[in-house]
Design a binder for this molecule. Sequence first.
Ligand code: ASP
Ligand code: MG
Length: 420
Amino acid sequence: MKIYKFGGASVRSAEGVENLARIVAAEPARLLVIVSAMGKTTNALEEVLDRFMRNRSDEAIERFAEIERYHRQIVRSLFADPSSVEARTEKLASEVRELLRSETCREDYDRWYDRIVSYGELLSTVIVSEYLAAQGTPNRWLDMRGLFVTDSRYREATINVDRSARALRRAVDAAPERVLVGQGFIGATPAGRPTTLGREGSDYSAAMAGYLLDAGSVTIWKDVDGILSADPRLFADTMLIPELSYLDAIELAYAGAQVIHPKTIKPLQNKNIPLYVRPFGDPTKPGSVICASPPVPPGVPVRILKGRQVLISIRPKDFSFVLEERLADIFSVFGQYRQKINLIQSSAVNLSLCVDDSRYLERVVDALQTEFRVVYNRDMELLTIRGYDQITYDRYAEAEGVFLVQKTRRTARIVRSASH
Ligand code: ASP
Ligand code: MG
């Protein structure tokens, strides 16, 4: 059993779906194919939700109609006879429209998010599954809302290992087809309420499916050649890293390397399942593999740039206490609003934190302001250099616009202005 995961960029067009079908047909092994929402559908659904939450149902439905048109156009260029697939997508679409018209209380943003945004993956997988069948690859469509059993932490749910293992194995064993198709990013609570696993969560879905099914490998098909020493959209001089250890991969993912979601590595490491990152555009290329013990470390400095950062500086209003005594309280405020902290630097009276910019930031600051003086700079970015050498270090740490530098023997981290 192998797991193949295709992200939104891979299935954003009819050509993408055709390419997916060729890759799936060429693989002889039993395969669970995990698919994201097509293109930017998740963002578009967030826009729909935004209108809905502000009680603008008509606008929400209009926006959703654009999403429907986008999918219809892909379907029409894939299928000579789209009637069967359109009956299924139309059924899903009508469920969404019904939700958008409902008069029930619109208070719980996170829960509504999961109910509505999860349709992106439902639509994409129905299209992919029907297309594979039309191309002569019989397959079983799985509704992961019944198979990934999660807690009810909406928008950031965690998969329950035991219950999901049972449900997923049963579904896989019951299907005679070689190929199974399921959604990334979504699951449901034991009561059947839809949940999502956090943005870009499909990699995590694929990794967990690999873990729960004891897969031989997990492959993430991407629009890059593999794992590179930096994001080629941001840096000119990049190199392919053919093999990487789980540990390095975890560090890179947490530093913001977009190529893999941070939650992806751990389950695979636990069962020693290799993770391949391969180019969707050219399946003849080997890509990269993440595994227990590659023969050599990367050998080149790896740079990761995390954008949309805020540098916060916190100090007591008066000096009746030192900051150290209050660290736990401060961190719990961040935890309460699920505000991710990416870097910490502290002294007796000052704490500097680099955090993701989010819709909850103002609330965190408000909560802290009763006791602390809080100042912050928006529009920052965090550059992590793993395995830095002196030249690379000097090039970035000594540059203009740098606010803070932190360094260990292997890793240098630099908070700098994004507009320098
Ligand atoms: N469709 C979801 C997102 O865009 C999950 C994923 O693509 O991994 O965040
Ligand atoms: Mg995506």
